[in-house]
Design a protein around this ligand. Sequence first.
Ligand code: SF4
Length: 293
Amino acid sequence: MKKDYLRYFPKSSYYPNQFEAMDAIHEALLKKQVVLFEGACGTGKTLSALAPALHIAKTEKKTVVIATNVHQQMAQFIEEAREIKKQTDIKVIVLKGKMLMCPKPDMDYDTCSLLRDNTYKLIEQEKDIWQLKNEIKSVKDKMKRVREPGLIELQRELSLEFDKEERHLHEQRKNSCDMLLQLLKGDNEEFRTWLFSGVRTPEEVAEWAMEHNSCGYELLKRFMKEADLLICNYHHFLDEEIRTNVIGWMDKSLQDIIAIFDEAHNIESAARSHSSMKLSEFTINRALDEVPA
Ligand code: SF4
């Protein structure tokens, strides 16, 4: 019997046991079970998991997330997603760390967050100043039609406020991210078409964004809710804060995700390191200084 999930299986033949593996994974996913799947290198494990997962995700309106902590594996997932896409169109997003994709040299996470917050504030301020400009114009128009004693004073007050806001805006521009600003002002359709017409690596996205003076990471975030498949690092799903953000960008809850962890024997140590708090010697010494003798 032809299995529906085979539309996501791009090869013309199977490795030994691959078909049985796909069937078992398909059955388990239908029953919402956890599957532990072990096999030697080069036996087609990734496709065996991806084909049934993508099929179930499509029918149950879910998203497949495949996570790895090995750089070469991510490259392999991208190749396999490209093969699947040639057979059945899927929307794929490949995510790497934000700072690895930032086109600004020597950027760090905290500075980026500050620039990002300021950019959102800037957009709001630009709206306020535009509104102020309109108010000044309507007062001036009214002054041409009627003679009201308070109008001159009102225009003067509004103009002073406008000058103040403009100075403020000028300062805010210096402390914001021009690339994010460009993105927030556009509809980004050109990026969306380009992104989903292939399977793009984070490096390709960063290059596209650089050429278009935009931010690749923020662009990916915007279109994550459309993805059928997200390829990412372990930390995107093992770190609680990052996972909450990623799922939010996907507009999903955890129940709507089919997660595939590559090299799952590494999960325990990776999860432990993500849940561990780091205290530097400097912090401990400062804390000790505060303890009364
Ligand atoms: S380009 Fe993107 S990642 Fe870089 S600072 Fe701006 S918002 Fe942050």
